[in-house]
Write a protein of this length. Sequence first.
Length: 316
Amino acid sequence: MNAIPPKAFISHSSLDKERFVMGFANSLRLNGVDAWLDKWEMLPGDSLVDKIFESGIKDASVFIVVISINSCDSQWVKEELNAAVVKKISGKCKLVPVLIDDCEVPEALKSTLYEKIENLANYEASLQRILISIFDASSKPPIGHAPSYIHNRMNLGADLSEFDAHVLKICCEVEIDNDSSLVQGKNLVDYAEREGMIIDNVIDSLDVLQHCGYVELKKFMGGGVPLVSVSVSGYLAFCRSYISDFDEVLRDVCVCIASGELSDSISVASKFNIPHRVSVFVIDYLEDRGYVRTSKEIGRVRRIWQVTPMLKRAVS
C-alpha cells in the first residue's frame, strides 16, 4: 500500500499566483506532495472561510507561506499565517516560509528558518531543500567507514599512535607485495594516496617508527620520501596482528627447521602457505635469536646453513 502523501497548504497573495505559485505548487505535486492551492480546490459558491480554514489549513501537515512584497500586505495571508502559527505551536503542522522578494519577513516568522529563492525561473536547489523539509528527510551525506588505521589491531606501545601502526602495516604490505626488503618512495606514496593519507605525515611517522626500532630509513639529501626497510621487530608486530595463529606457525616452522625438513625461505613459504617475504622474516627472526645461521642468495632467498643447539633445545 502506498503511503499517504503529505498535504501542504500554500498561503500566498493572488498577485504572485502566475509569476511563481502555480509553477511551484505543480512542482510539489510532481514530487509527491499533495499541494493545496485555492485555484484547484475552490469552486464558485464555496465558502472562502470553510474551504481555506476547515479544508485547507486544518487538514494540512505542512503550511507553506510564500513571502513577497504582495503577501506582506495581504490580510488573507496574515489570517492564514495566524492559524498556521497556532497549529505549529500545538505540534500539528510544520511551517515552511518561502521568500521570493527582498522584503521584510513577518514578525511571526522571524524565528523560523526560511528558504530564499533568488531566481523564480530556476530554483531547483531550493525546491529540493523544501522537499527535504516536507518529507523530514536529510541532505546530510551518509557516514562512511573510518580510515582503516583507526581500526588497526597492532599494539606498538604507548609512544606510537594508530596512524604509526598503519604506516608500519603499509610498509610491510609493500615489501610483501614486491617480495623485497626495501620500500621505494613511489610505492609508499601510492599506498598512502589510496588510503587518503598526507605523505608529510607519513614521513613524520616513519621517523618515529625508526626511533622505536620498527623500521630502518635511508634518507636522501634534499629530503623527500626515504627508502624504508622493516626491521625484525616491525615484522613481528605485523605478523602477530595480521597472520592468523602466527605464533603457532612460528613454532611449527622451528620444528621443521630443527628436524632438517626445511632449510630455506622458499620451502618455508610453500609448506606454510605464507608470502615469501614473511618466510624471510621468520628466518631472520630465528637468526636474531641465535637459533640459525643463514646466507642470502640470488633472488632474495634465505638459506639456512646451520641450526644451532639452542633451536633444537627450544623445540624439544
